[in-house]
Design a protein around this ligand. Structure first.
Ligand code: DC
Length: 219
């Protein structure tokens, strides 16, 4: 039987860092579903498509072959990981991610991946929609201030100019949009284990999740 692990939570809760480490521990393919929504926003924006151009965006998605190599998103043969993590894309992605037709298409691609491989997926609707039947579901949280601080440091390390206040505002704004949108809003699945990462370091959070998974596998 395939193993699939779902990690959900708000922006900047550390989902991708933790998912990569847990994935390495249990030999799971890491699928960053936020990267897939970002890829749609990047390409739609490059083609001048606004979120109301739903049919054109769906046609565009049909031409997008996406897979992951070493945790980076490869789109039609091009590694677009650096482009999709720029603040310009962070600022526009929620409007594309809230289109239900876009979600249907990406959820299908994500489920296809989980049928082919043992996966660990992070996102907003993994435990509630994409991997609804998974036995391993986690919901990571942290205060908005701590999450903004983590993003700020990450962008500074990459020499990308940014202000802490703008990042905090973006995080609060995205939290609101992610939790209030009509389709598949960010929500903890009833059977997910909540892990508050505020004040915890990466290895403390990883070990917590690894030990839950080990316990469940044993049981
Ligand atoms: O995790 P992230 O910041 O890279 O996500 C980018 C955007 O995509 C964010 O606005 C939330 C949205 N998203 C989503 O709606 N569903 C997912 N499964 C993953 C991300």
């Amino acid at each position: 039987m395939r193993i699939s692990v779902a990690i959900d939570g708000p922006a900047g809760a550390g989902k991708s860092t933790i998912a990569k480490l847990v994935g390495n521990e249990f030999n799971l393919m890491y699928i960053n579903t936020g990267a897939m929504y970002r890829a749609v926003a990047l390409k739609a924006n490059e083609k001048g498509l606004v979120p109301s151009d739903v049919n054109k965006i769906c046609d565009l998605i049909s031409t997008m072959e996406m897979h992951f190599e070493n945790d980076d998103l490869i789109l039609n043969g091009e590694n677009i990981q650096d482009k999709i993590t720029l603040p310009e894309i962070s600022n526009i992605v929620s409007s594309y991610a809230s289109i239900s037709e876009v979600r249907v298409k990406l959820v299908k691609l994500q489920r296809d991946m989980s049928n082919k491989f043992d996966v660990i997926m992070d996102g907003r609707d993994i435990g509630t929609v994409v991997l609804k039947n998974s036995n391993f579901k986690f919901f990571l949280t942290a205060t908005a201030e701590e999450r903004a601080n983590r993003r700020y440091k990450e962008l500074q390390l990459r020499n990308i100019e940014c202000s802490y206040d703008d990042i905090l505002k973006d995080i609060i704004d995205r939290d609101y949009k992610d939790t209030h949108r009509e389709v598949d809003p960010l929500k903890k699945a009833d059977d997910a284990i909540e892990v508050d990462t505020t004040g915890l370091n990466i290895s403390e959070v990883t070990e917590k999740i690894n030990s839950y998974i080990r316990q469940k596998i044993k049981a």
